[in-house]
Write a protein of this length. Structure first.
Lengths: 115, 117
């Protein structure tokens, strides 16, 4: 079946603008993760959704970052008032369930460039 | 907190030869999972191999195998008969076996593998 998809593939925005990044997980996967990959910080966890439970937002770097997951499927990561340090590749992953050793399947990522 | 360390930023191997990528980790947990992911230039993270900490037997997937040393907290990846398509960034990752907020992957900084023809 289809894998995890993300849009847009690339996004260039001006400092101070808001951006929305979208993730479509694999159908039936209850767990969804956002990670950020940047030169300075490597790969870091941002937020985790599991079913209808409250999301784990412990990795969000500031209150300018937020995410939601509608209907247990599509997720949107929103960055308000973007800063140059937000430039990174944002990766989304989904897995059948969040617990156990279930594989996380990654999307191709969105490369965000803040000018 | 758990940490993952990859001490080799770059490695190179001749086609058809064998290469070993190193990974060490730190944790106080007794039950966890370890992974090696491959990231080619396309950015798509692909799972290469997975090891459950409670299993003593080292995982193997075709040309890829691991050397898991739990006491030493070491998890190296061996690629045999290297192919040009193996060229990529390789990330070692840790994941707790306990549920809830600890389901995230904790990644090392990666090793860029070049395969020479």
């Amino acid at each position: 079946g289809a894998g995890v998809s993300q849009s847009p593939s690339n996004k260039v925005t001006e400092k101070g603008k808001d951006v929305e990044l979208r993730c479509d997980p694999i159908s039936g996967h209850t767990a969804l993760y956002w990670y950020r990959q940047s030169l300075g910080q490597g790969l870091e966890f941002l937020i985790y959704f599991q079913g209808n439970s409250a999301p784990d937002k412990s990795g969000l770097p500031s209150d300018r970052f937020s995410a939601e997951r509608t209907g247990g499927s599509v997720s949107t990561l929103t960055i308000q008032r973007t800063q140059q340090e937000d430039s990174a590749v944002y990766l989304c992953a989904s897995s059948l369930v969040g617990s156990g050793g279930y594989e996380q399947y990654f999307g191709p990522g969105t490369r965000l460039t803040v000018t | 907190a758990q940490t993952v360390t990859q001490s080799q930023p770059e490695m190179s191997v001749q086609e058809a030869e064998t290469v070993t990528l190193s990974c060490t980790y730190d944790t106080s947990e007794s039950d966890y999972y370890l992974f090696w992911y491959k990231q080619p230039p396309s950015r798509q993270m692909i799972l290469v191999i997975r090891q459950e900490a409670y299993k003593q037997q080292n995982a193997t997937e075709n040309r890829f195998s691991v050397n898991f040393q739990k006491a030493a907290k070491s998890f190296s990846l061996k690629i045999s008969d290297s192919q040009l398509g193996d060229a990529a960034m390789y990330f070692c990752a840790y994941r707790s076996a306990y549920g809830g907020a600890t389901n995230k992957l904790i990644f090392g900084t990666g090793t860029l593998l070049a395969v020479q023809p």
